[in-house]
Write a protein that binds this ligand. Sequence first.
Ligand code: SAH
Length: 259
Amino acid sequence: MDRAAIEVADERPRAPARVSQPGTRRAVRDVSVPISPSVRVPTAASERAVAAMVEGLERSGVSDPDVLSAMRAVPRHLFVEAGLSGRAYEDVALPIGHSQTISRPYTVARMLELLAAGIDPARRARCKVLEIGTGCGYQAAVLARVFGEVISIERIRGLHERARANLRTLRLANLRLVYGDGRVGLPEQGPFDLVIAAAAGDQIPTVWLEQMASGGILLAPVAAASGQALHRVTRKGSSNWTLQVLDAVRFVPLRDGLA
Ligand code: SAH
């Protein structure tokens, strides 16, 4: 297959939605410190912080009810280091070790809303999703609350293992983690209705396009000299894909091989 097979439907970058979050800072200031790194219980304060985070997402233009309820349900404080859990519901990226970050809540919600757009609720429950770049596992958990089956792949063993530990208490039976190089996708598990990448390459690997189901959607940041932009590809048929270039974004780079 040839990259030229991708028809460009709309190359104009759109301005990212504005993020304003009055109130969030005040609400998260009194989140309790976890009682131990392995036992982190939700408190009334963290419930208020979650509610403030979700209100901030709504003010920023996120409106998909499934996405908002998944963002409300997945406890982000389980995925950040214990010392940072007081900041878990701020709309910021935070370090997760190995020079990687957990994405901002707005980025996760916006990506999921773009992925889910136009898919009715009954079909969402039947969608099989491939996520490239598990990181700490947060977005994978949110995906598993919106879609039927999620397989997430990570190239850094330490992060893959951390994600497994972070996700244990959530018991998401429809989420599977794989340690491997996501640049080659997961040919033996495909085709995928949805593919979502959390790391930016300088182009979309052809194998990802080949692993999409017909009618499937792929969302991935792509790096260019002018910066990164979110690319949304729809597979229209066996050799017909269309591309839309959406928001300007900033993701970590998509890397080769295992670490
Ligand atoms: N999804 C995460 C964010 C992860 S950051 C969240 O919920 O916040 C992006 C991740 O992509 C990093 O963990 C990085 O190691 C991973 N990554 C980069 N290149 C990769 C590759 N080729 N295969 C799999 N994972 C990759």
